[in-house]
Write a protein that binds this ligand. Sequence first.
Ligand SMILES: Cc1ncc(COP(=O)(O)O)c(C=O)c1O
Length: 305
Amino acid sequence: MPFKADKIWFDGEMVNWADAKVHILSHALHYGTSSFEGLRCYKNKNGSSVMRLKDHVKRLFDSCKIYRIEIPYSREEVENAILDTLRVNKLEEAYIRPFVFRGFGELGINPFKCPVHTSVAAWNWGKYLGPDALENGVSVRVSSWSRPAPNTFPSLAKVGANYMNSQLIKMEALQDGFDEGIALDAYGYVSEGSGENIFMIKNGVIYTPPTSSSILAGITRHSIFVIARNLKIRVEQHLIPREALYIADEVFFTGTAVEITPVVKIDNIPISNGKRGTITAKLQDEFFGIIQGKTPDPQQWLTYL
Ligand SMILES: Cc1ncc(COP(=O)(O)O)c(C=O)c1O
């Protein structure tokens, strides 16, 4: 599917896709002064809905707060901009990209003189790690690159500059023939993938790194906490040494893009029998059950258009 739709919401107006342009001296282009979100809109028998809309918009505002970027709209206005962008483009299923960035004012490092712009784009986007990944899983390597140390680039902020680190992790993995990379934190503990959180299962307990391991606090990660609690499966946020992944019973990634994707091989070592595990499959069933409108949505994660 092409990365294209008719309109992009840009600073309060719906503009044509081709006209959503910025000046080349925009602060964001030079220094990474931007924050963004990634959401998905899914279609089910009740209509089209956005998954965890309010949580994503809240995280966008939190990311900007960390970098002293004042978004010139309320949270509700950004939520409505997202819904309007889907409606105007007649998108029933989509990936949605709200984006806040500093434009052109002055080109020094001081960002305060540069205006804050806000946009929302949406388009059709299939399965991030390929069409079979949800069932057959992916093969990954542990990256030679680490995630940023605490007190360098704040990992809880989802900002453009952080994704230069993610790109190093992703490019290395792809060029070495893997689907994705897993980065360790500055202390050598497991952190996360280039654009996804990681979980492992051992003896029926689900483990995932804590927010202090330089991760983004993923919204899908939180969905797993809630779903696992409902299934009465214990989840622990725990420092994870690299080798614990090799001997785990199951490993999976979570994220808006990858949803819940099994990891079946790490550094060419098969995880258990090298196939999607039973608890991973159960978590996927619950997660997609809610999205597909087959099971109740007590947390009201879905906002219908
Ligand atoms: C670095 C990173 N970690 C984790 C995630 C997963 O977060 P979420 O589940 O909110 O999409 C993402 C995706 O946004 C990400 O870019």
